[in-house]
Design a protein around this ligand. Structure first.
Ligand code: T3D
Length: 264
């Protein structure tokens, strides 16, 4: 029987997925893609799951596509656009569409698709020793997994071009300073911080969080008028949720709120 390529842990109110192929720096192979898809689908289907934490085992977060699967026995490279259609693009779309926050805890090297899967998460925490590398150009490929979309939006066109054209690693602290990620933290604190964040989301107002995630994503392609309309409709929905009644009453009664709404 093949070893598991990911570890899945169910915590109270959230799930943890750990990429687990340390001998290859957690590179994505087909089995891992399939297990990851199943684990993310199961998290989505679980109404008690209110956050998802993705991290890597060992010294890397993920080194991107396993290149052993892209070179045939005869030494010829396999053209692989279909992997984007079958696995990578659906994964990125799913991470963006999940109705709860996805947190990447980048514990080490994040290269190629590994870097861009992290950037597709809602909140990226990274260990100070971690780095983000658009490794594609070094092997004659171009950024995928949304890299050409996320990079310019997060760090601006000048930095996006340099990162994508050179494939130079960007250390976590610089990634934070450039706005690529939320926070760089001491290596020993990474998982503690990430779990703290997930516990926070596990008791946060789920409907408002889902609506906020969607509105922030849609803002990239909306003009201000459209966005204001979206906010009005979304706020109406948030206002009708039991969480708003609880949040407002708790404030007035000077007590901490207990948000109970379940995800749709
Ligand atoms: O085809 C499609 O599906 C299109 C989609 C493409 C998406 C992509 O992600 S393309 C980009 C693929 N990734 C890379 O090009 C990165 C390749 N790896 C590296 O450049 C380096 O490993 C790192 C810079 C990430 C780390 O370097 P270093 O010196 O710290 O570690 P290392 O010694 O290179 O790696 C350790 C082991 O992991 C080593 O195996 P060994 O020699 O101990 O048996 C290495 O071969 C293996 N490894 C690391 N990355 C990959 C890998 N094996 C297969 N595929 C990898 N991506």
């Amino acid at each position: 029987m093949q070893d598991k390529t990911i570890l899945v842990e169910q915590r109270s109110g959230y799930r943890v997925i750990t990429l687990h192929r340390p001998q290859r720096l957690n590179a994505f192979c087909e089995a891992m893609q399939q297990e990851l898809r199943r684990a993310v689908d199961e998290a989505e289907a679980d109404p008690d799951c209110r956050a998802l934490l993705i991290t890597g085992y060992g010294r890397a977060f993920c080194s991107g596509q396993d290149l052993n699967e892209r070179v045939g026995k005869d030494g010829k490279t396999l053209v692989s656009g279909s992997a984007l259609d079958t696995y990578y693009n659906p994964l990125i779309r799913k991470l963006r569409a999940l109705p709860f926050p996805v947190i990447a805890a980048v514990n080490g090297i994040a290269a190629g698709a590994g870097a861009n899967v992290a950037l597709a998460c809602d909140i990226v925490l990274a260990a100070r020793s971690a780095s983000f590398t658009q490794a594609f150009i070094r092997i004659g490929l171009m950024p995928d997994c949304g890299g050409t979309w996320f990079l310019p939006r997060l760090v601006g066109p000048a930095r996006a071009r340099a990162l994508a054209f050179t494939g130079e690693p960007l250390p976590a602290e610089k990634a934070e300073a450039w706005g690529l990620i939320w926070k760089a933290v001491d290596d020993g604190m990474l998982l503690e911080e990430a779990h703290k964040l997930c516990r926070h989301f596990a008791s946060a107002p789920a409907v408002a969080l889902a609506l906020t995630k969607r509105a922030l994503d849609e803002s990239w392609s909306n003009d201000l008028d459209t966005q204001l309309d979206l906010e009005r409709e979304s706020q109406r929905e948030a206002g009708l949720s039991p969480d708003f009644a609880e949040g407002a009453q708790a404030f007035l009664q000077k007590r901490p709120p207990v948000f109970m709404s379940r995800r749709e």
